[in-house]
Design a protein around this ligand. Structure first.
Ligand code: NAD
Ligand code: ZN
Length: 365
């Protein structure tokens, strides 16, 4: 690889094994490796309209007029993550003569990864699939773990599969062009991973979060790699979310409700930021988290700029929405909560009164 500091993180579950290659300026080398490894394959690079506009030409140069490689583009945005776009892309693949020897590459954010991965999972009953994530969120979260899928008018991510990638290439230079408003979504997941699983990383963030948020190279690179290792470790132990993987949902029960009630005006990252604050409060109130640890978590969330917005709604509405959340078992909401810095627990049922008090403290009552 061009950069000696390229890092390889290995993911190994019962069913799948893949490498996550992380570094800067690794795209050229990544394509060389792919072309070699998938020599007899026809390759479809699925990407969205924004990424295609910025990187299309650069990628075409790297392809060096390879006639077995095609770029397939769809309109950027969550609204495209649906059956219609899946069908259109599949039709294109058939028109272009893609057969069993197909490799699909997802080049883009989480929308592209989820959609292209789901296409790979079902095209010809499954073809190899490589992730090249280009947003902070997709680099630390959605490109690993094997969840792929699309939305349905009834809700997000309701149709999908577990279909792990064959490899993930994370080129951190993609972050240079990422719009500011997208950064917060990745920061929320980075901070979450420290809170739930890694006290040392949490301490690192306490000192350096300002520089991580500004995407200063050494600091954001460290944060992404630490975060990836945490997610990889959790996914290895419980790929299909029958237990431990649920701790990744910390902040998301309340967070999702806020996201939906705001009609998606509040971004995922900020909603999860507020969700983490409230679920930290809940953890303290049910007696599993010390108040000094709660204070440290609150301080880090503030410094991460995840609590910068206010949102007006009622506690009752939020609680009602949590019941409709997919993590509900028979109408009972189960929270993933915090027992200490770097220590999360899952499957906890909480009294509505405690949730209400915690929401009230955050100004939502
Ligand atoms: N599979 C999982 O485990 C998992 C986990 C978390 C989230 N998700 C999913 O991920 C999606 C959100 O992902 P996202 O936040 O990456 O959204 P996204 O894919 O829509 O990307 C956000 C925006 O950034 C643009 N973009 C992407 N890379 C860029 C770059 N390098 N420079 C400039 N612009 C760029 C995109 O075109 C888009 O407009 C949601 O659909 C969510 O459900 C999946
Ligand atoms: Zn999330």
């Amino acid at each position: 690889m061009n950069n000696p500091e390229t890092e390889i993180i290995k993911v190994s579950t019962g069913r799948s094994q893949y490498d996550i290659v992380v570094g800067r300026n690794i795209l050229q080398k990544a394509f060389e490796e792919i072309f070699q490894e998938y020599e007899g394959h026809k390759i479809a690079i699925i990407t969205d309209s924004n990424v295609e506009e910025i990187y299309g030409n650069k990628i075409l140069q790297k392809l060096d007029k390879k006639d077995r490689v095609f770029i397939l583009c769809f309109k950027a945005g969550e609204k495209s993550k649906n059956r219609k776009t899946k069908e259109e892309l599949e039709d294109r693949l058939f028109e272009l003569g893609f057969g069993r020897d197909t490799l699909i590459i997802a080049l883009g954010g989480g929308v592209t990864g989820d959609l292209a991965g789901f296409i790979a999972a079902t095209y010809m009953r499954g073809v190899p699939f490589i992730q090249i994530p280009t947003t902070l969120l997709s680099q630390v979260d959605s490109s690993i773990g094997g969840k792929v899928g699309i939305d349905h008018p009834s809700g997000k991510n309701l149709i999908g599969a577990f279909y792990p990638p064959n490899k993930v290439y994370i080129d951190l230079d993609f972050l240079d062009t990422l719009p500011n408003k997208e950064i917060v979504n990745g920061i929320a997941e980075i901070v979450k991973s420290a809170i739930i699983k890694d006290g040392k990383f949490f301490t690192y963030l306490e000192s350096n979060i300002d520089r991580v948020v500004k995407l200063e190279k050494e600091f954001i690179d460290n944060a992404i790699i630490s975060s990836l290792k945490i997610k990889a470790d959790i996914v290895q132990k419980d790929e299909k979310e029958s237990g431990l993987r649920k701790i990744l949902n910390f902040g998301h029960t309340i967070g999702h409700s806020i996201e939906i009630l705001s009609d998606f005006e509040i971004s995922h990252g900020r909603a999860v930021g507020i969700g983490m604050a409230i679920e930290t409060s809940i953890s303290e109130k049910i007696g599993i988290l010390k108040s000094e640890d709660k204070e440290r978590i609150f301080q880090l969330l503030k410094k991460s700029k995840l609590l910068d917005i206010s949102f007006k709604t009622s506690a009752d509405k939020i609680i009602k929405k949590t019941i409709l959340d997919k993590k509900t078992r028979k109408g009972v909401v189960e929270y993933s909560l915090i027992e200490g810095i770097g220590k999360a627990v899952y499957g906890i049922q909480v009294d509505d009164e405690i949730v209400k008090k915690s929401l009230a403290e955050a100004g939502l009552s």
